[in-house]
Write a protein that binds this ligand. Sequence first.
Ligand SMILES: [Zn+2]
Length: 410
Amino acid sequence: MKNLSLLVTLSVCLCMPSRKKACFAFVPKVSLSGHTTRHQPVKQFVSFLDEVDDEMFDKFDKDDNGTIDREEFRAIAKKMRKDNSRREVISVATAMASSIFVVTQSNTFQFGQKNLRPFYLEENAELAQNRLFPTALLSGDLDKAIVKTLGPRGFTPENTLFGHSVCSDEVNNKKEQLIPLLVNRWQEGFSLGGLGGLPFAGKSGFGAYLHHVPDNGKLFIIFAPHVGIGPDGKVGALQRDGQSAVSTACGAAIGAYKALQARKKDAAAPDPLPILEDVKSEDTDQFDPQLNQIVKLLAPRLGGIELSEDSIAFVTYQMYGIIRTLINECITLTPDTFDNASEVALLGGIIINRRKGGDFFQPLSFETRRKDEAPVDLFREAFGDRPNLASVLGSEEALTRASIKINDSA
Ligand SMILES: [Zn+2]
C-alpha cells in the first residue's frame, strides 16, 4: 500500500489536449525540497518528484518557491492543450499514470515510452527498423544492460568518466534520450563527437578526456552514428518536434553521401550508386571542414552499396566503421592511455531516431580493454546473439569494412 497516499494526493484526471477543458480532482500543495510537506513523508515526495521530471517542475513553478500550486498546475494543463509536443504529453501523461500505478519507477518517461508503445506505434517505421536494425533496444533498456554488464566489473559513477562520440544534432541530446540518460547515470559526460558522430575532438580532445579520469579510474565510451526513420518507414528521414516538414538524419552522413553522388554524376564514368534527389550545392560549397572530412572517409567505403537493402542504412553502418576506427586510433595511439585509466569500456552501435516511441540503439560491439591484456568481448553477455546483417549490407566484404563482427569467432 506504499502508493496509496500518493494515489490520494494525486488523483489527477488530466484531459488530453484535444478536449475543451482540463479537469482535475487534485491540488494539494507539493514541495520540491520536501521541507514543507503537509501530507507526505519527505522520502515519498522526493521519489515522486524525481519521476515527474525536474525540468517540467522548474518550468511551471513560476514563482520559483519549490512548490506547484493550483494556478501553476492549471498552467501545465493549458500548455498541454496549446502545444501538443511529444515530450511534454508523454512526460506529463506518464507522470500522472505512474503516480497511480507505478510510483516506484525511477524514470517515468522511460516507463511510458516502453509501456505505452502500442498506443503510438508507427507500424511502417517499426517494420523498417526491425528489418534493418534487427536487435535495436530502447534507450532505457540499453542503459540497464550497460549497468548490468559494467557494474559487476567495478564501473561506478564515482570511478568512471563517461565519454561519447555521437553527432552534434540536437535530436541526440533530448532529455529523455540516450546520451542525457547516460550522462545522468554516470553523472557527467565528455563530448568527443562532431558531425556524423566522428570523434572530431581528435587526439587532443581524447587526451583531455583521458587526463580527467579519476585516480585509478576507468573510462566508458559510447560511439555511434545516427539515422532517422520516418513514420512511413523511410530511412534517413525524421520529423522533428515543432516542424511540419520532414528533415534528414543524419544530415551530415546523408550530405556526404549526396556530395559523393554529385561528384560521380559530374564525372564521365557511369554512376554505380543509387541517386538521391535534391542534391544541393550548399552541401559542399560552404566552409565545412567536418563534412569534408566525412566525405573523404566515406568515399572508399561505398563499394557494394547497390547490393544492400537500403542505401542510407548501408551508409550509416559504414559511418559506424569510420567512427570505430577513429576511436580505436585515439586509444591505441595515445601512449599513456593505460597509465591514466585502469580500464576502458567501449560500446559501439547506431542510434535510431524515431518521431514517436523514443529512440533506439542497435548495439554492434561492446568490449573492455586493460593494459597488456587482450580485449574482453562483452557483447553476448550484454545483448545476446549478434544481429545477422549479411542481407542488410549485401556482402560480407561490406560487413568487414564496417568492422561488424559476423559471429563471435570472427
Ligand atoms: Zn547527424
